[in-house]
Design a binder for this molecule. Structure first.
Ligand code: FAD
Length: 381
């Protein structure tokens, strides 16, 4: 279906970002996958080119562009380049609202310019070894000691955790009821703060994911992000945007896989004809194509709703679950259509497949998403 989400300015931006990725990312993906992280020069160039923190105030290094369609375009292009560079969605879609909306003037002066310049990679540490879906169970503490906070505990599975310059960490500062949590920013190099090595993942290998450790780590209270004691509420407020970002990437990945699948099926001959000439295959392709088209149209609506401040928590949760379930269905089926070639690393669908699996787990496991939607439905009765 013809999309009406983007205008010509968005499409020019898409072209510029695609050119940047083709030149600075695509040739290096194997190297980054080996290192477990993208290189810093790439991140700095992305900042210089205006691809990081563009929503921030121009006086502090941003471009003052507050339009999630640009974020969506970047996600689509990262997917089309098949590089799983979570850096952009992490920094622009997930971290940015914390830095923009919850910070003091002093913090903005400190962090916005280097963030937009690609000199400050920020991670968001919420998950702990014993608290993932149930975030209210976090145990990392931040105890007040005069003008300082003393952090103890650990985080796990943190995107950019091994390479971040600043970690925004959800800590326990009160009782376990959701109101006793506070976000604290911890700079790399602070005594008592250790970043783990990139974890060995089955996918998204070019992006580091790591543990963070805090051992009597002292940070000034001026590093508190947002209202003390209200960290959980702030996280919940930002989750719809994070989940929509995952949904955009899910449907883009499904679309990309379908394109590759169709190309293969029309060329691969078996039993004397192209695989695409088999009715059962055409019917499956049609089913996946229709589902993708319908979902893309709905996601485009969600992007506009987010721009208007109208996207609800349940809409975002629902679309995250639906898009990533569909992504998995499509990507797995397309790999099947590639046969043995699909299982080989050099075939693009192989990377798409292994990079796709986590999408149904992070940002809130899909079961938790469905439960959230279901609970709201029941509560409204
Ligand atoms: C590559 C990667 C990147 C990540 N990046 C970050 C990051 O940057 N920051 C961060 O804080 N976290 C990050 N995470 C963590 C991620 O958000 C968690 O893994 C996710 O929330 C699930 O938590 P868990 O792993 O503890 O699983 P658990 O909470 O133990 O859940 C395990 C499974 O149980 C089921 N389940 C759980 N609860 C329910 C329920 N209520 N109803 C039904 N079934 C349920 C689901 O199937 C779920 O997958 C990342 C994880 C990975 C792997």
């Amino acid at each position: 279906m013809h999309r009406t989400l983007y205008d010509s300015e968005h499409e020019s931006f898409r072209k510029a970002f695609r050119t940047f990725l083709d030149r600075r990312a695509v040739p290096f993906i194997e190297k980054w996958e080996e290192a477990g992280t993208p290189d810093r020069e790439f991140i700095r160039e992305a900042g210089e080119s205006g691809f990081l923190g563009f929503e921030l105030d121009p006086e502090l290094g941003g471009l003052g562009i507050d339009d999630f369609r640009y974020n969506a375009i970047m996600t689509e292009e990262v997917v089309a380049a098949n590089i799983a560079a979570d850096l952009f969605s992490m920094q622009n879609d997930i971290i940015l609202p914390y830095l923009r909306d919850l910070t003091t003037d002093e913090q903005r002066q400190r962090w916005h310019p280097p963030f937009a310049a690609g000199n400050l990679v920020v991670s968001l540490g919420m998950t702990e070894p014993e608290a993932g879906s149930d975030l209210a169970a976090i145990k990392t503490t931040a105890r007040r000691d005069g003008d300082m906070l003393v952090l103890n505990g650990s985080k796990t599975f943190i995107t950019s955790g091994a390479t971040c310059d600043l970690a925004i960490v959800l800590t326990r500062t009160g009782e376990r009821d959701g109101r006793g949590t506070t976000f604290v920013a911890v700079e790399a190099g602070t005594p008592g703060f250790e970043r783990g090595r990139p974890m060995h993942k089955i996918g998204r290998k070019g992006q580091d994911t790591a543990e963070l450790f805090f051992d009597d780590c002292r940070v000034p209270v001026s590093n508190i992000i947002g209202e003390p004691g209200r960290g959980f509420g702030a996280a919940v407020g930002n989750l719809p945007r994070e989940r929509l970002s995952i949904a955009v990437s899910g449907v883009a990945s499904a679309r990309h896989a379908l394109t590759l699948g169709l190309e293969h099926l029309t060329q691969r001959i078996a039993f004397g004809e192209p695989l695409a000439d088999m009715q059962s295959i055409r019917m499956m392709l049609a089913h996946l194509h229709i589902e993708t088209d319908i979902l893309e149209t709905y996601i485009d609506r969600c992007v506009l709703a987010l721009n208007d401040g109208q996207l609800t928590a349940e809409e975002a949760a629902g679309v995250k679950a639906k898009a990533t379930d569909l992504q998995w269905e499509v990507v797995d089926q397309v790999l099947q259509y590639f046969g043995g070639y699909g299982y080989m690393e050099e075939t693009p669908i192989a990377r798409i497949w292994r990079d796709a699996r986590i999408q149904r787990i992070y940002g809130g496991a899909n079961e938790v998403m469905l439960d959230l939607v279901g609970r709201r439905l029941v509560a409204r009765r």
